[in-house]
Design a binder for this molecule. Structure first.
Ligand code: UD1
Length: 485
């Protein structure tokens, strides 16, 4: 069933087949859309992202305002993506609640539709929070294509993870090697080694990973990752749910998004023990069934807005935020002098004009300080009253924001994986350019506190992972707007 370099859309009617490439480019989805039709949001964040046609919108910020009010935290991108991919494991509908409106979600919808997944998005009811998430139904009744082509996969690394479910259910997959944020080499050796341990035969051909599960499917085994990997844990866990026998994953990632996926798989009939620990034991079953599952709130978005408030001062309730999933970052922010408390409906963050203490940070797998908050924290430390050391231990090339933060007048020295940030009395607004998803938002945070005007160029990375960022911040008093590219 491999269909090399072909973007098939067998899920659409033959009448539409002439028209779909143009519509796809325009960000329109053509899967069966029963019930539906709220695929439009005020601004299409996916505009132009496929096939390298990137959204050239900019963000303009005039810094200096305090943030006050409420921000609704969206569903986590890093949970929504693997959950969506898990729909490939069953012929029955998987209903996901609280799916964020993001370019990466739309892009993954295109990839799943290419495999034959029927996607239905429910409209918003009049009484619903206008910042609430989407309810999307994914039905992979029949996998029509086990190839994930370069054109679709190259813009988003997480789409590589389809290899696990495709191998498990169809016993074959041909998946383009991934792209995504340029934050280091980001190999896939752990994924491939893990799948080989489950009996897969794997070759690399023309930039594609070609995987087969001979002898009627994958076979459970012990998989020990040499280093914690979120993506490899997701992929091998999904594959193991349909393998024959028992799989034990050692040194598994314990990120809350992995637990969120594991709980969804259990709701679909998988047998998984050790959820939220570093050892997952998965007893394979012959098939999975449909389920309804909620995407957990985005801890990285929560931490990002907490840092924005820490930066500008003010008092904001991050609705839906949960300290439990963000303890390391909360501890650090408290040590800098920020007031953070868990309330019934979310996390309240306050800072009232006092100076920020410098606090050293090292990124680590969960429950350590998340690498996805390192850039935002660096922006914050540019305004501390001293010098803070920030060590990045997960990715070897994740300091690209340093040069851009320097445009605001920040004082940062980099030595290998260590950045030394000395606080400066003021940041000055600047023209800056986003280089990856989390780096982009660190520039927004700096702009919110800088004197004068900041223009953040090339914000398509932001749209991949932050839902309606400028709307959420302007509702709290920030002067921030999107300028169409
Ligand atoms: C996921 C997150 C990303 C986050 C990262 C670390 C999603 C969609 N992305 O990315 O936002 O920054 O976790 O928390 O959830 N590695 C290998 N070989 C492999 C796989 C990984 O050497 O086969 C290395 C990576 O280069 C990196 C480290 O392992 O140094 C961790 O990467 P990993 O956890 O796999 O990151 P992602 O799953 O890609």
């Amino acid at each position: 069933m491999f269909q090399k370099n072909r973007v098939s859309r067998n899920a659409i009617s033959s009448d539409n087949k002439q028209a779909w490439p143009a519509l796809l480019d325009a960000g329109v989805s053509l899967g069966y859309q029963r019930n539906i039709v709220q695929r439009q949001i005020s601004r299409d964040p996916a505009k132009g992202t496929p096939d390298g046609k990137q959204n050239m919108d900019r963000i303009r910020i005039v810094g200096g305002n305090e943030l006050n009010g409420e921000i609704t935290i969206s569903g986590a991108k890093n949970a929504a993506l693997p959950l969506m991919i898990s729909s490939l494991l069953t012929a029955e509908p998987l209903v996901l609640e609280n799916v964020p409106r993001l370019a990466d979600v739309k892009q993954l919808e295109r990839i799943l539709e290419n495999h034959g997944v029927d996607i239905a998005v429910n409209g918003r009811r009049p009484d619903e929070d206008d910042m609430g998430g989407q309810r999307i139904i994914f039905t992979a009744n029949k996998i029509v294509d086990t190839c994930a082509p370069y054109e679709l996969v190259s813009t988003m690394r997480a789409s590589f993870w389809v290899i696990g479910p495709l191998l498990a259910r169809e016993h074959e997959a041909r998946v383009s090697l991934p792209g995504g944020c340029a934050i280091g080499t980001r190999p896939v050796d752990f994924y491939l080694e893990g799948l080989k341990q489950l009996g897969a035969e794997i070759d690399i051909e023309d930039g594609y990973v070609v995987a087969k599960a001979p002898n009627g499917g994958l076979i459970g085994n012990r998989v020990t990752f040499p280093k914690v990997s979120v993506g490899a844990t997701h992929t091998v866990m999904m594959a193991a749910t349909l393998a024959k026998g028992t799989t034990i994953i050692e040194n598994a990632a314990q990120e809350p998004e992995v637990g969120n996926l594991a709980r969804c798989l259990v709701a679909m009939g998988a047998k998984i023990d050790g959820i939220d620990t570093s050892t997952l034991t998965i007893q394979g079953v012959t098939e999975l069934h449909g389920a309804t599952h909620e995407v957990l709130p985005d801890r990285i978005e929560t931490g990002t807005y907490a840092m924005a408030v820490a930066m500008t001062g003010g008092d904001v309730l991050l609705k839906g935020g949960n300290v439990k999933n963000l303890q390391a970052a909360v501890d650090v922010l408290k040590a800098t002098g920020v007031d953070i408390s868990q309330e019934k409906t979310g996390i309240r963050v306050r800072r009232n004009g006092n100076g920020l203490q410098p606090v050293d940070v090292e990124t680590n797998p969960f429950p350590g300080f998340p690498t996805d908050l390192q850039a935002q924290y660096m922006a914050l430390m540019t305004r501390s009253t001293g010098t803070a050391n920030i060590r990045e231990t997960i990715f070897e090339n994740r300091f690209m924001h340093v040069a851009e933060l320097a445009r605001f007048g920040a004082d940062i020295k980099v030595d290998g994986q260590l950045a030394t940030v000395t606080g400066v009395p003021e940041l000055r607004g600047a023209q800056v350019m986003a280089t990856d998803l989390r780096a982009s938002v660190s520039l927004v945070i700096a702009g919110l506190a800088a004197n004068g005007e900041t223009i953040v160029n090339r914000i398509y990375h932001l749209d991949r992972g932050f839902e309606r960022l400028e709307e959420k911040l302007s509702r709290c008093g920030a002067t921030i707007e999107r300028i169409s590219g």
